[in-house]
Structures are given as structure tokens and as C-alpha cells.
Design a protein around this ligand. Structure first.
Ligand code: BES
Ligand code: MN
Ligand code: MN
Length: 462
């Protein structure tokens, strides 16, 4: 074992207790009342980077939450790894569905994590994964084995669309210059099946409002004679997919890149059990676009999903009423080469066109993001693959993910750098859900693997 790995195994307990401190701060970016906690979290990340040995660390103020920037430049002739992560988390609600409080981390054993998992909001997405990089950096540094320059860019608004980071990246090309972006904010197939994420879906997110009569009406006096906006909204939404679960918005698929048979066969080789999948989610059956496998539906195909729908009476008992308004939040996950702005525009046009004259509709666009695919023949990919092989004793499989990290395509566009999605979470870790957790195995495996990446990347760059 080299000195870095020795340092890691000697400090496992300390690393965990430091992560717990970070998880205790409720850095929910969607909640305006958590502003102070956001700053507290950013300060804490900054301090841990300084303690880890960064030359400098600072909070870069933005109109939103600060971005933590830190660097250690050991030799400008050596490569530079730029680490990105986020310290903000999703809201913890519904709180009553947590078995232990969301911001009081505890380790509990699960079937998938027999050695224990850390239960807390942000344990996996992304404080736990981001913190692995801080600790790996510390280990390399304090062992005198840091092989190249490092820059950290840890933001506090990923879960709400990275709007301020967008501007920060555009204004700081030089500051952020480097050779590769390294992110642990995704997952892998299983603890005994390492994989590297080679693609992310994009996102277009809209909110729709359907207005029927100008006020709520007695459903006996008016029912049957006027449009009920809730009924109409449901019909409109239902029509957005046909019986094959194809999305019916004209032009929606125009730019979708179809995978070749060879690529699909390759994808099909990743271990996947439909029976386990159904059992884990307690489903009688799966459902999705005709002609594609479950894995394909969840990664390389675009989707349209209602994320929330409301309107009318929701209190106790029965109230006989026709509501004036109905609402829904709708997300569309996008794949190369779909463009979120174009898709949003197509949605708006279509949604307005299918509205009957009996209602008015209003569509508001929320944040979006571009899809991303990374090459598997780059130096960085090969270094990541070798690092995983060294840590897991198995070569990782490249897999595309269905999730989105919109800023990744902007990094490429603005900074001309490719990203390695070096994630160690599992789909079963319940990110964004109650009882989010992150395996101790995954946390420590990540810390172990990251220094191998640095080593191989620097060697292969020579
Ligand atoms: N870390 C996730 C994205 C992710 C998770 C990608 C697992 C692949 C595997 C990220 O924090 C996230 O939740 N992204 C959002 C998009 C954002 C614009 C709110 C998402 O995918 O819904
Ligand atoms: Mn994340
Ligand atoms: Mn997230």
C-alpha cells in the first residue's frame, strides 16, 4: 500500500465524522429560509479544503448561493484536474416518511449495504460523494503524493438549475482552466459491478395552468355544461403520449440520435435483472416506450413525465365544486441532440394547439439543460477505467445514465474540457427521496479510487 492509501485507512473514522458534520447542515437550495445554512455549508467546505492542503480557498459570491473555489498548483507544467460537486441538497420532505431525521446522519445496515450505509439528505447526492474528493485530495497531499494540480469548484445551486454557476463559468475561463473535469455525482451498476457513466440526459421543465370558468362553480348547477379544467388538463396530458408511449408533440423526436444495433447490443450486456428491478420497486410490471428495453427507456430515450398535478378540493370529506384552475409540472428528459430550448418551444406550441376553446392555457418554462455524452477512448476515460479496475479488481462497464447534470455540457462548451462522471452511488440509494443513504463501502471505495485516477491520468498524459 502506498502512503496515500495508508493515510486513508488510518483516517476512516475521522473522515466519516467530518462528513456527518457536513450532513447536519440543512443546505436545501430550494428553500429561501435556508440562506444562512447555505453559507454555513459553503464555509465548512472551504475550511475542509484549506485543512486538506489547498493553497487558497474562497467563497465566490453570486446573486444566489456562493461557489466554493479552491486550488493547489504544484507545477504549471503538470496537468490540472478540476473537481466539480455540489453542497446543496434537495428538500427532505415528506419528512414523516424518513425512518430517522434527514439532517441527523446515522449508519444503518441494509440488504444492499451489509457493512452499513449513511442515512441523511445529501449522503449520496452530493455531499458524501463531493467530500470523497476533498478527503482523497487531503490524503494525497499529506502523504506528499499529489501528482498534479487540482482545482475545486463546489456549487450550492445544482438542485435548482445551476443558474449562477452558469454565469461564473462563462466569466472565469482562465481561473477554471484545466485538463479534465472530475465529478462524483452519479452512480454505478452495483458494488460488485463497477461502471463509469458516459452520458446524461438533458431536461426541459414546464409548468402548465389551465383556466376554465373565472371562479369556482357549484358542480351541480354548472357540472356538465362548462369545461372542468381538471378534466381537460388530464385529457390534454393523456394525449401527449400514444398507445406505444411515444410522445406526440410534433418534432419532438426530430433530433434524437438513434443508437446503432451494435451500440444497443453492447448496452444490453450490462447485467440487469428485470425481476429484481420490479421486486425492488414493488411493481407488477414495467411500462415504457414500445421497442426499447427498460435500461434503454431509462437512459437513451427521451421521456415526458408529470411531476406534480393539482387543483380543486383536496381537504377532508367531499366538496362539490368545479375548480376554476388546474395545474401540472411536467418534465421532459432529453437525449442527444435534442435542445432544451427547442423542445420547450415545441411543447408550448403543441400544448396551446390542443387546448379546447372552453379553456385558456398558460405555460411557464423552468430551468433546462443539455444532454451529454462522453467519449470512451480518451486519456481521461482510460485513466478512470484503470483506476476503477485497480480499486475493484474488475474493469468498469461504460453506461449511460438517465439523470441530468446540466452544467456538464456547459463545461464542455465554455471551458473546452471533457468530464469524467466518476460516480459511486447506487440507484437504490434513494436520492431525492426519504431515507436517502450512501454505502460506507461506496464512500471509502470512492476515496480509495480517486487517487488512482490522478496517478493514471498524470502518467498517461506524459
Ligand atoms: N446527481 C444528480 C443527477 C444524477 C443522479 C445523475 C444519479 C445520474 C445519476 C443531480 O443532483 C440531480 O438531481 N439533477 C437533477 C437535475 C437538476 C437540473 C435539478 C435531475 O436529474 O433531476
Ligand atoms: Mn447531484
Ligand atoms: Mn440531485
Amino acid at each position: 500500500m502506498n502512503k496515500t492509501q495508508e493515510f486513508i485507512s488510518e483516517n476512516k473514522e475521522v473522515f466519516l465524522s467530518e462528513l456527518f458534520d457536513l450532513l447536519r447542515i440543512p443546505s436545501v437550495s430550494a428553500d429561501p429560509s435556508k440562506k444562512e445554512d447555505m453559507i454555513k455549508t459553503a464555509e465548512s467546505v472551504k475550511q475542509s479544503l484549506l485543512d486538506a492542503g489547498a493553497d487558497m480557498a474562497e467563497l465566490c459570491e453570486t446573486p444566489g448561493n456562493p461557489i466554493v473555489y479552491a486550488e493547489k498548483i504544484i507545477d504549471s507544467a503538470l496537468p490540472t484536474v478540476v473537481v466539480y460537486g455540489h453542497y446543496d441538497v434537495q428538500p427532505a420532505d415528506p419528512l414523516d416518511l424518513w425512518d430517522s431525521p434527514a439532517f441527523e446522519p446515522v449508519v444503518k445496515k441494509t440488504e444492499i449495504h451489509p457493512e452499513g450505509a449513511i442515512f441523511a439528505r445529501g449522503a449520496c447526492d452530493d455531499k458524501g460523494q463531493m467530500f470523497m474528493h476533498v478527503k482523497a485530495f487531503e490524503a494525497m497531499n499529506k502523504s506528499g503524493e499529489l501528482p498534479c494540480n487540482v482545482k475545486f469548484m463546489i456549487e450550492g445551486e445544482e438542485e435548482v438549475g445551476s443558474i449562477c454557476l452558469d454565469a461564473f463559468v462563462k466569466e472565469n475561463h482562465e481561473k477554471l482552466a484545466g485538463d479534465v473535469i472530475l465529478i462524483s455525482d452519479t452512480g454505478m451498476l452495483a458494488n460488485n459491478t463497477p461502471s463509469i457513466t458516459t452520458g446524461l440526459r438533458g431536461l426541459s421543465y414546464v409548468e402548465v395552468e389551465v383556466t376554465g370558468p373565472n371562479r369556482d362553480l357549484h358542480s351541480g348547477l354548472y357540472g356538465g355544461a362548462v369545461a372542468n379544467p381538471i378534466n381537460v388538463l388530464n385529457r390534454m396530458i393523456a394525449s401527449l403520449q400514444d398507445e406505444n408511449k411515444h410522445i406526440t408533440i410534433p418534432g419532438f423526436y426530430d433530433k434524437v440520435v438513434e443508437l446503432s444495433e451494435k451500440e444497443r447490443t453492447e448496452m444490453g450486456k450490462a447485467p440487469f435483472s428485470i425481476e429484481d428491478y420490479k421486486a425492488a420497486l414493488d411493481l407488477g410490471d414495467v411500462e415504457g416506450e414500445a421497442g426499447y428495453s427498460t435500461m434503454e427507456r431509462a437512459t437513451i430515450r427521451p421521456t415526458l413525465d408529470v411531476n406534480g398535478i393539482w387543483g380543486g378540493y383536496q381537504g377532508e370529506g367531499a366538496k362539490t365544486v368545479i375548480a376554476s384552475k388546474a395545474y401540472a409540472k411536467i418534465s421532459m428528459r432529453l437525449v442527444p441532440d435534442q435542445d432544451p430550448d427547442e423542445i420547450t418551444e415545441l411543447f408550448v406550441k403543441h400544448f396551446e394547439s390542443i387546448a379546447p376553446d372552453s379553456v385558456k392555457v398558460k405555460v411557464t418554462a423552468h430551468h433546462g439543460g443539455m444532454p451529454y455524452v462522453s467519449p470512451t477512448d480518451s486519456i481521461a476515460y482510460n485513466a478512470a477505467s484503470k483506476a476503477m479496475e485497480e480499486a475493484f479488481g474488475k474493469k468498469p462497464i461504460p453506461v449511460r445514465s438517465g439523470g441530468s447534470i446540466p452544467i456538464v455540457s456547459l463545461f464542455e462548451q465554455e471551458l473546452k474540457m471533457k468530464t469524467i462522471l466518476f460516480g459511486f452511488g447506487l440507484d437504490s440509494d434513494a436520492i431525492h427521496s426519504p431515507n436517502e443513504h450512501y454505502g460506507l463501502f461506496n464512500f471509502y471505495k470512492g476515496i480509495e479510487t480517486i487517487p488512482y485516477f490522478y496517478k493514471h491520468f498524470v502518467e498517461m498524459k506524459k
